[in-house]
Every structure is written in C-alpha cells, then in structure tokens.
Design a protein around this ligand. Sequence first.
Ligand SMILES: Cc1cc2nc3c(=O)[nH]c(=O)nc-3n(C[C@H](O)[C@H](O)[C@H](O)COP(=O)(O)OP(=O)(O)OC[C@H]3O[C@@H](n4cnc5c(N)ncnc54)[C@H](O)[C@@H]3O)c2cc1C
Length: 496
Amino acid sequence: MQGQVVKKVVVAGGGTAGWMAAAALSRHLGSLLEITLIESDDIGTVGVGESTIPTARTFNALLGIDEREFMRTTQSTFKLGISFENWGQVGDRYIHSFGQVGKSTWMGGFHHFWLQAKAEGFAGDLGDYCFELQAAEAGKFATSENANINYAYHLDATLYGRFLRKMSEGKGVRRVEGKIRSVRQNAQTGFIEALVMESGEEVEGDLFIDCTGFRGLLIEQTLKAGYEDWSHWLPTNSALPLQTRSVGPAMPYTRAMAHGAGWQWRIPLQHRVGNGFVYCSDYMSDDEAQAQLLANVEGEVLTEPRVIRYKTGKRRKTWDKNCVALGLASGFVEPLESTSIHMIMIGILRLMQLFPFSGCSEALMDRYNEQADAELEKIRDFIILHYKVTERSDTPFWDRVRTMEVPEPLAHRIALFRDSGQVYQSPGELFQVDSWLQVMLGQRLEPKGYHHMGRLMPPAQLRQSLVDLKGNIDRAVNSLPTHQAFLEQYCPADAT
Ligand SMILES: Cc1cc2nc3c(=O)[nH]c(=O)nc-3n(C[C@H](O)[C@H](O)[C@H](O)COP(=O)(O)OP(=O)(O)OC[C@H]3O[C@@H](n4cnc5c(N)ncnc54)[C@H](O)[C@@H]3O)c2cc1C
C-alpha cells in the first residue's frame, strides 16, 4: 500500500467557495490533512451569491451547523422558490417552488391527472396542488424538526464567508492574508509545488484548490485548462448588483423579473435586500442597465452599482494535475436558478469522496471531471429552457433566444413534453420532474397530449380528489404564521 502522498492542502481564495471548501475539509478530513487558506483583503470577494436551493441545508447538516445560529449570523431568510415574472410573456408570473406538485403514481406524474381534469374543465392552477408554492404566495412559513417542507435560504454572502471562516479556523485551518504573486510548478510534471506571496513567503502544498474567482489563477492562468464557451446559448454577460434597505416584510422567495435584455433579481434578507440586473451587453449598455435597475428597486439604495462581466461556460478540466477548481474559477452559469453555491457544495463532496490520498492520478481526475461536466450540463440546459420557451418577441434579445438552436438533449425534452406531456429526471440530475414541469408550463409550453390514466377513474372522483388535495393544502397554509413573524421568533438577526 502506498503512503499518504497528499497531505498539505492549499485553498487559494477566501470567497464563498474557498471557505466552504476549508470548512468541509477541516471538519471531515481535518485529522488527516494540513489545510491552509490564502485570501487577499485588497482583492476582496465577488460579494454576491445570496440565493440558495434546498441542498444548502444538506451541506449545513454535514457541517453540523445549527440552523438558528447560522440564520441569525448571516441575516438569512427562508426561500420556498423563485417567482418568475415577465418570462413567457410580459405580464406573466409563475412560481417555481421547491415543493412537490400533487401526488404521482408509478404510472405517471400527477400532472397527467391534472391535464385530464383541465380537459374536462374542472382543474385549478397546477400551483393549487403544491404546498410550498401556496405558502410562498401567501408569504407564510414555519419549520420544525419534524416538518416536511422543502426550503432553502437567502443569505448575506459576506457574512456567510465570515461564519465559515470562524468554523474553519476553529478546526485548525491556517489563514494567510496577502496576494499570491506567482505559482511555482514542477519543471518536469507541471504539478503546482507552491504559491509565492507578494511578501515573498512560499506556501507549499500537495493539492491546490483554486477558489480565486473568475480569474482562475491556478487552473487557467497557470495550468491553462481551457474554457468551453456556452454564451451562444446563454448570451447574458454582465451583472449589476445593488443593495437596498428593506421596505416591507421579507417574502419567502427570490424574484426573477425578465426585462428587455435579461432579468433582474430581488433577494430579501433580514437586514436588507439584494438586487441585481443581469443583461447582455450586445443589447443593453451599462448606463441603460443601471438606469433601469435604479428605477425598479424599492427602498433606499445602500451601495454603488458596479458592473461584473462574465462569460457563461466551464473549464475544460475542473481538476487538472494537482489542482481542483471550485466556484467561479471552475466556470459560471448565470444565477437564474441559484445553482452556483450548490455546484460548489457538490464539487467539495465529490473531492472528499475521491480524495487523492495516494496521489492525483489521471483516472481519478477523469472520474471527477466527468461527473462535474454531466451535472453542470444538465443545469445549463434547465437554464436555457427559461430563455428558449417563451412567446416574447418584443426585443431583439428575446427574438434571438427564442429562435436559437438549443443543445440536442434539451430540444428532445421540449419536444417530448409538447407532444406527450412526458417529463423526466435523468440519473444524477439536480432538477426534478416537478421543476421542469413548473417552468415549462409557467412559460406557456402547453402539451398537446398526456397520459390518459386520469380516465381510469370516474370524473366525479377525479374532481373530488383535486378538491380534497387543494383543501388540505389551503388549511395547512392558513395555519402557518407569516414568514416575517416566524423569522422574528425563530432566528432574529442582530441589528446592523
Ligand atoms: C452576479 C452574480 C450573482 C450570483 N448570484 C448567485 C446566487 O444567487 N446563488 C448562487 O448560488 N450563486 C450565485 N452566484 C455565484 C456565487 O456568487 C459564487 O459561486 C460564489 O460567490 C463563489 O465565489 P468564489 O468564492 O468562487 O469567488 P470570489 O468571491 O471572487 O472569491 C475569490 C477569492 O480569491 C481571492 N484571490 C483572488 N486572486 C487572488 C490572489 N492573487 N491572491 C490572493 N487571493 C486572491 C480573493 O481575495 C477572494 O477571496 C452569483 C454570481 C454572480 C457573478
């Protein structure tokens, strides 16, 4: 048996990705590793990334994080889904919630019953049969140890980083502050041996985790892993984040409001609201974006808008030689479905599962990279769906995305749903059937056919089952406190 070849782990970068990696590695493999994290106060972090999906709870649980303490410290609120506004047509609105819609059977999804009922003229909205969606609409929320409710968090990215830093340092992670000036590589293998700081200090390691943000200091600038550009499918390339003071109770959902050349987000936290404009610079100037954003925020503006540029895509290899890239260094798909923090988490878990104790072999890297690619490509397709399936033709941007060619697997999914009402979740895919369904129907993709299992029961029975389902959901929602009231009682954040 080989000895332990990889013991010293160096995390380059102290944004959300860097501190998530340091916190997880130190908690689970800390006794076998020496972990150092380098971050630069001068460079700072990207400072956005505040809306999550329910897997954030799994990550917190793995880290043994107490939910109330986490929420108080990071000014978090609860999130039950995303309200999509102006996507199918200007004036449209639907919620993509984290909940299950109705009750499915082995033969097919609940929506086939619903489509039957709709054809017979007695179905409500699909969302009437989803508890999380109705709670979101009503601005209500509660959870407890035994509650079966699917939710995620809105959090303050800077405070989250600080929270994870404290945990990591408590578990022995050494933090080095300063700028990395250069990277020392082995002359024969190209493996990274040390990061050379501006101070002259050299931080040596066996495995390097590149969390340096868009610049990809190790994975791209040093190892030249290459970048696969997806901007022909996802052409937005600019974002303008802006924070405002809260003006009303926090709603338990993110808002994603489409505009003429992209969309705008609104994320309610306990102490403030995160806003931002995502747009394609081919169709909108920075000045126009800023003017539209400022005209469409509520409450006092707390920060200066600043443009962030990006190119949608991914590194050709996220693990190359002895370097694994996480977060923005590994690639970027716009935050429409809040998937980036999830991808960081999945990357960290996979790294821990495949940890190269005996050295970084090609086979190990290939395994890691294949899985990372497969997951991200499916997320990418789900995001493209939001642009492709639209009736909007009011601007050149929407004409472009509505008429573009999409990846073949996505084209097939759209055709399948349109023809037969069939939806599926591939193995290892993040988004479940109900997510695809809510977005496709929400964006006006009406299926021409559906499974006729609903006809196996008499219409009166089908009608009664739907009435009962809705009644149960309405009663459960009515019994909940408002989200704001629950926050104030469960996890009130410190005043800022
Ligand atoms: C506009 C926008 C909105 C987003 N919204 C969401 C969202 O709602 N939900 C979601 O899940 N994700 C979102 N994301 C993604 C999310 O912000 C990132 O995945 C997350 O913040 C991780 O960033 P990071 O740690 O990779 O990079 P960064 O935050 O950029 O951190 C980089 C780190 O590297 C350090 N560094 C860089 N160069 C050097 C050097 N030479 N020497 C020393 N240190 C260095 C920096 O100091 C910093 O600590 C969004 C991203 C963008 C751009």
